[in-house]
Design a protein. Sequence first.
Length: 76
Amino acid sequence: MAITRMHAKRWLKMTGGFALLILGAAMLLLPGPGVLTIVVGLAILSTEFLWARLLLDRIKRRTAAVRDVVGRRKRG
């Protein structure tokens, strides 16, 4: 029974994560928080897939770099 529950949980994570990725991609063209939805989908998928973890880490690094640049512009 535990194996079935584990598989169901994994299946739900994958389905939810990919659904959020697809919705986020659609929201890039339609009204809505597309980038945020994509990031949440990647966060869910990163618990199961290495490629999602690497992509999420890359997004975090770029976001931090942009935040630093914007912070320097405000100060000086």
